[in-house]
Design a binder for this molecule. Structure first.
Ligand code: ADP
Length: 463
């Protein structure tokens, strides 16, 4: 038993499926056949019994109807009517009190023994090596005591049952073959996508995310759902894997420049700088600037890499956020003029206070830093049906049209040399974009060189 259990549990899912479905179909079929066979057998056998009873009763009533004075000779001469009462395959015999046959209708079977114990009862026995129903009935005819014997062979009934059994067995073998092949087809159909899933997982295990993952299975059933989820999950993983690789590549590339600069200055100091106060001063100054830039870059890179889940309960009042950024900026850049127009009540937007401040701070700070005049930044708020529009316009140097599509890319800087002086890392706007996408917000930029730039943010309203 254990061995069978182990054998079954080690079978492939396909085989288990096939075996189970064929076994279930076959067992159900067998049960139905047994029930049909047994009921038919009982019903037909009863029917045969009632035929014997009817013949016996008809013969008895015929003989009784002839009156008490009828003689044996009269009965022997008048067998025509009796023949029409008795079925062709039945044999009826009349015996006298001594057991001598005095009349016979049909001769399909030999005589059966006249036993007194079973008088009046229908008995199944073998006559002429064939099964038959036999009934012996005593009857008083005038002064005579006679015995009527009806023999009803069961050959027709038995051949019908044989025929039925053979037909059921043939149909049973057919059902077994059919259920086996349907089970095999079904198992094959259902396990095919699972095989594809396994193969895809193995490819990812062996080769990583080099190949695009796309399992095709169009049915909308449980397996379809599973594969859809698998595809989505793998694509997500593929994207985050690619992002991680990009992050490592970007970070190592961008950090190499400040490290090389610091290394250069330190070797300069080592060679001659220690005694030259001018070189010492300059090298320390540059190294400190580079280290500050590096720290900022690392902080921003970490911010981008963190990609926390958004909080569904987030909400922020844009007026409060903008006021706090303006206050902050006024301290750092006292010369800049930052104004917020349209102060009517706007309501809450779906974003956290911190995220919105960071977005606005990045844009406003860029507006001030990339400006060669006295910086003027105008912030305008307006409410649309489902969103709030925040427009931030500056009077800065502007961005050339061919550079505009790239300003949200990581480490992209329009003018590398000038931006290094300004102290940019090329990450501010990527963080802004990442935060906006996280909260289903969008951004559009219009710019004209030497005139200014306009950032238009669209944030979904909370309610
Ligand atoms: P950075 O740290 O260099 O400022 P950002 O991602 O914030 O990086 O900006 C990317 C580039 O886009 C900047 O280097 C700058 O050249 C350009 N830029 C961004 N905002 C403005 C602006 N308001 N006016 C002009 N140029 C801008």
């Amino acid at each position: 038993m254990r061995k069978i259990k182990d054998y079954i549990s080690n079978l492939s899912l396909q085989r288990k499926w096939m075996l189970t479905s064929s076994a279930v179909i076959f067992i159900s079929y067998a049960i139905i056949c047994i029930v049909v066979y047994v009921s038919l057998h009982t019903w037909l056998l009863n029917d045969e019994g009632s035929k014997v009873k009817r013949t016996r009763d008809d013969v008895v009533s015929f003989l009784e109807s002839q009156g008490p004075n009828i003689s044996i000779q009269q009965i022997q001469q008048n067998t025509g009517l009796l023949k029409s009462i008795v079925d062709r395959d039945q044999t009826v015999r009349l015996f006298n009190n001594d057991g001598i046959e005095i009349l016979r209708i049909n001769n399909a079977s030999q005589a059966a023994p006249l036993s007194s114990s079973s008088m009046g009862e229908i008995v199944q026995m073998t006559v002429d090596k064939k099964d038959a129903y036999v009934v012996n009935e005593p009857l008083q005819l005038g002064f005579f005591q006679v015995y009527i014997q009806v023999i009803h062979p069961l050959a027709r009934f038995e051949s019908l049952m044989h025929y039925l059994l053979t037909a059921m067995l043939i149909a049973g073998v057919g059902a077994l073959l059919l259920s086996g092949s349907i089970g095999y087809y079904l198992a094959n159909y259902l396990t095919k996508p699972l095989h594809a899933l396994r193969a895809s997982m193995k490819t990812v295990m062996d080769q990583g995310f080099n190949e695009p993952i796309q399992l095709t299975y169009t049915s909308h059933d449980e397996i379809g759902d599973l594969l859809k989820m698998y595809n989505a999950m793998m694509n997500e993983l593929q994207i985050s894997f690619a992002q991680q690789q990009q992050f490592v590549a970007d970070a190592s590339h961008e950090l190499r420049t400040p490290i090389q600069a610091i290394e250069g200055h330190l070797s300069l100091l080592k060679r001659w700088g220690k005694d030259d106060p001018a070189i010492l001063e300059e090298s320390i100054e540059t190294s400190l600037t580079e280290i500050t830039r590096m720290r900022k870059m690392i902080e921003e890179l970490l911010e981008l890499a963190r990609r926390e889940e958004k909080d569904e309960l987030s909400e922020a009042n844009p007026i409060e956020v903008i006021d706090s950024v303006i206050e902050e900026m006024a301290l750092v850049y006292p010369k800049a003029k930052i104004t917020l127009s349209k102060k009517e009540e706007i309501g809450a937007v779906f974003i956290t206070f911190n995220a919105l401040s960071q977005i606005i701070r990045n844009i406003v700070e860029n507006a001030i830093r990339y400006c060669e005049k006295v910086p003027e930044v105008n912030i305008t708020l307006s409410k649309k049906e489902h969103e709030v529009e925040i427009q931030i316009a500056d009077n800065g140097i502007g961005i050339a049209e061919n550079n505009l599509p790239y300003i949200f890319d990581r480490f992209y800087r329009v003018d590398e040399a000038r931006n290094r002086q300004i102290g940019g890392t090329g990450l501010g706007l990527s963080i802004t974009k990442m935060l906006l996408e996280k909260y289903n917000a969008s951004v559009e930029v219009k710019s004209e060189e030497n005139v200014g730039t306009v950032f238009l943010l669209k944030l979904p309203l909370k309610y």
